[in-house]
Design a protein around this ligand. Structure first.
Ligand code: GTP
Ligand code: MG
Length: 207
């Protein structure tokens, strides 16, 4: 059974200084509001309502951390999944938007325990200006990124592959970047995403 399936709610924070001190490796989920972050966390952990997902954009306003218990010592965490607030939701006040920019930029650039970044991009929208802004915070950190092109069930195979190619090109300045089609509903890309996230949390040494 996957490491991710034992995930459980750990804590929420409205600001960076409310996060627990950096410890076990964290894999964060970032992307536009409504891109499918919470849904992806639910399907990857095989839990229907671990991360709240909704049809109303702008739902995830807190940083939500989910703990992954260490199989050898279930009382302690071997890693964390971190659901970050979505961005780009039009009706949010300008000031609140800049606060989110501070939270996201700050977390991405200064969290020492951040092991990998899952960047969710709605396959029908592709890379937007705000995604570009995010990529500019990520690139200098050298952190590896897995771009999940979500809602891939909306596209035929050929369109999916074209979008993967376009996104890789647009985000090429992120050195360690992979991009794959992903769908929670059609269960596309689950295995590859799970393997990557688990490897960031607990690297497998292949002899
Ligand atoms: N067709 C399709 N719809 C999806 C998929 N994943 C998510 N959705 C839908 O997209 C909407 C937004 O999903 P969420 O997971 O709440 O998005 P989010 O990125 O967490 O949004 P915020 O919390 O607002 O930042 C919901 O209506 C989901 O049902 C998918 O793979 N396929
Ligand atoms: Mg959400």
């Amino acid at each position: 059974m996957s490491l991710l399936q034992h995930a459980s709610f750990f804590t929420s924070a409205a600001r960076l200084d409310q996060l627990p001190l950096p410890g076990a490796p964290e894999v964060c989920f970032v992307g536009r509001s409504n891109s499918g972050k919470s849904t992806a966390i639910n399907v990857l952990t095989n839990q229907r309502r671990l991360a709240f997902s909704s049809k109303t954009p702008g739902r995830t306003r807190l940083i939500n951390m989910f703990g992954l218990p260490d199989p050898l010592d279930p009382e302690s965490q071997i890693g964390f999944l971190v659901d970050l607030p979505g961005y780009g939701y039009a009706s949010v006040a300008h000031r609140a938007r800049e606060e989110w920019a501070d939270i996201l930029g700050g977390y991405l650039q200064s969290r020492p325990s951040l092991a990998g970044i899952v960047l969710l991009i709605d396959i029908r929208r592709g890379v937007t200006d705000l995604d570009r802004r995010l990529a500019n915070w990520i690139a200098p950190t050298g952190r590896p990124v897995l771009a999940l092109l979500t809602k891939a069930d909306k596209f035929a195979y050929g369109q999916r592959q074209n979008t993967v190619f376009a996104v890789k090109k647009e985000l090429a300045d992120i050195g360690a970047l992979n991009a794959i089609p992903f769908s929670a509903t059609a269960r596309i890309g689950l295995e590859e995403a799970t393997a990557q996230i688990e490897n960031w949390i607990s690297p497998q040494v292949v002899p």
